[in-house]
Design a protein around this ligand. Structure first.
Ligand code: ATP
Ligand code: MG
Length: 575
């Protein structure tokens, strides 16, 4: 950067390549380094009309981690300007979700509705300055008069209304004298502007609706454009970070800041929305899934909402790691959902305790193991983390193993248990299958096995090594559980694309419920939300509805990380 030519700082959100981090961090760093600002203040501005999803998590991470990194602070501000769609339930859930994600806004919780009086005063200022007028055109007429991208708009017949009449009508709009939709307040800018957002945009509309916070106190509500930048200015926001769909609104954002006596001069920067394959991330579509009964609620473990991901067992650390891995882009693209799963697996692999669970139990009787004897086997909690120690798991004569770990007539590449074959039971003994017992229908019900007492703990003194190691539970000690296996909610990467209905793309196997599972005793009192690895099966966590005597576990993820493979494929395709 040249030092001898002081010039107006470039405020566009598309400067040169980042020196470090993403392009928004680069802008913030330059603003501080070059003395344009001495602190950074950001905000997250959710509209309380639904639950937060993984895309919002990306926006929260971006705005909040930037403020943290540069020693500034961040605000949480509800953009509660549309009482028809907004509810207290959402206000509460959004706060709980952001806290869970790991961010704390201290006492800096704000609501756009806190500023309604001030915004109203500023609207009066605009009217007095001849920069706003009350328009009696209907919504349809306003749309018709607005023109198109190639054609200038037409001026409303009410555009030249005298100031006094505008003031009188606007005050009466506030007082509730007029029905919904009968009038609006519009900025008086330029009906021929190339940017349609500058063609006398609507600033206020009449809505006789009960607001969660202001009750019936207002009959008019500011639009997003009227509320957003001015709320930023009131709060001293320096970098107002939002997604690309607001880029075309930026000239209006700047016009309002320019033309109102606001206490500070915030700037807006845009980045591309996060999109994921096999996922929809629009509150409107998510609401359809909830209301259509496709899922059990906003927090269904198949939903990409933060409450759904939490219920599914995704740790907040994994979601933050994903946000950083996904990065911040100027142009939109769809990321593979496997990237999110990869980031979460990475965290869980390091942190999740290993436990034994058998999803489809097959009985094993160790004939030469004494009846009534119980041995506590010491099983490591997490081989990735030696400090996590080990736990005792009871072993006895009657066990259960996974049904698909046995084949009576195994093909060449099947190395697990089969008649006459020896395998290792993890951290216990080597066992050999001696006899297969079937019921009348020919279904295998019990394997009669023997064990080698010299292999206690899972190793043979003579160094022999079975080709397979199986997990197991003791029949007398295992605890019954229901297990829900989750997979992507949609069966295609771009749900609802190419004119298909979203509901036609649902994955019929997104939830598979297994009712006869068995878990080792220590799993019975895991707290909800604590994700463990059921060895060889995947990551699982207790559902919030899990109860002693009626345990329910949700599969967070399988163990197979397919992201690296997809990456390699992508490189091959590109090359
Ligand atoms: P949706 O389209 O899901 O209904 P929204 O943008 O209407 O979301 P808001 O509550 O207005 O929801 O969003 C709050 C903030 O979160 C906005 O600044 C918005 O830009 C950002 N945001 C919303 N969706 C995404 C996404 N998919 N990726 C990144 N940021 C997002
Ligand atoms: Mg929005």
């Amino acid at each position: 950067m040249s030092s001898q030519t002081p010039s107006t700082p470039e405020r566009d959100a598309t400067p040169g390549p980042p020196e470090r981090g993403d392009f928004i961090r680069e802008i913030v760093a330059a603003d501080l380094r070059e003395g344009r600002l001495d602190t950074v203040v950001t905000r997250f501005p959710p509209e309380p009309n639904g639950y937060l999803h993984i895309g919002h998590a990306q926006a929260i991470w971006l705005s909040f981690s930037i403020a943290d990194e540069f020693g500034g602070h961040y605000n949480l501000r509800f953009d509660d300007t549309n009482p028809v769609k907004e509810e207290q339930e959402y206000i509460d859930a959004i706060q709980a979700d952001i806290r869970w994600l790991g961010y704390d806004w201290d006492d800096r919780l704000y609501f756009a509705s806190d500023y309604f009086e001030q915004l109203y005063e500023w609207a009066l200022d605009l009217i007095r300055a001849g920069k706003a007028y009350v328009d009696d055109l209907s919504a349809d007429e306003i749309r018709e008069y607005r023109g198109t991208l190639t054609e200038a708009g037409r001026e409303s017949p009410w555009r030249e209304r005298p100031v006094d009449e505008n003031l009188d009508l606007f005050e009466r709009m506030r007082a509730g004298e007029f029905p919904d939709g009968s009038r609006v307040l519009r900025a008086r800018i330029d009906m021929a502007a190339a940017n349609v957002h500058l063609r006398d945009p609507v600033l206020y509309r009449i809505l006789h609706a009960e607001h969660p916070r202001t009750g019936a106190g207002w009959s008019i509500y500011p639009t997003y454009d009227m509320a957003h930048g001015q709320s930023d200015a009131i709060e001293g926001i320096t970098h107002s970070i939002c997604t690309l769909e607001f880029k075309d609104h930026r000239p209006l954002y700047d016009w309002l800041i320019e033309n109102l006596p606001v206490p500070s001069r915030p700037h807006q920067y845009e980045f591309a929305r996060l999109n994921l394959t096999y996922t929809v991330l629009s509150k409107r579509l998510l609401l359809r899934l909830v209301e259509g009964g496709i899922v059990r609620g906003w927090d269904d473990p198949r939903m990409p909402t933060l409450s759904g991901l939490r219920r599914r067992g995704f740790p907040p650390e994994g979601i933050r790691a994903f946000a950083a891995l996904a990065g911040v882009a100027r142009a939109g693209k769809v990321l593979e959902v496997e990237m999110l799963e990869h980031a979460v697996r990475d965290v869980l692999n390091r942190t999740a305790a290993r436990r034994f669970a058998v999803l489809d139990p097959l009985r094993v009787v160790i004939e030469d193991f004494p009846e009534g004897v119980v041995e506590d086997m010491q099983v490591p909690n997490n081989p990735e983390d030696p400090a996590s120690g080990s736990r005792p798991v009871p072993f006895s004569r009657e066990l259960f193993i996974e049904r698909d770990d046995f084949m009576e007539d195994p093909p060449r590449k099947f190395f697990r248990l089969a008649p006459g074959r020896e395998v290792r039971l993890r951290s216990a003994y080597f066992i050999t299958c001696r006899e297969v017992v079937k019921d009348d229908a020919g279904r295998v019900v019990t394997l009669r096995c023997t064990h080698d007492p010299a292999t206690r703990g899972g190793d043979a003194p003579d160094g022999r090594r079975p080709k397979a190691t199986l997990h197991w539970v003791s029949a007398a000690h295992a605890v019954p559980a229901e297990v829900h296996l989750y997979d992507h909610l949609f069966s295609v990467p771009y749900p609802g694309a190419d004119g298909r209905d979203l509901f036609d793309d649902l994955n019929p196997d997104s939830e598979v419920v297994l009712r006869d599972c068995l878990v080792e005793p220590s799993v019975a009192d895991l707290p909800a939300g604590e994700t463990v690895q059921f060895e060889r099966l995947g990551y699982f966590c207790p559902d919030p509805d899990s109860r002693p005597g009626a345990l329910v576990f949700n599969r967070t993820l399988t163990l197979r990380d397919t992201w690296a493979k997809l990456q390699a494929q992508g490189r091959a395709d590109a090359g």
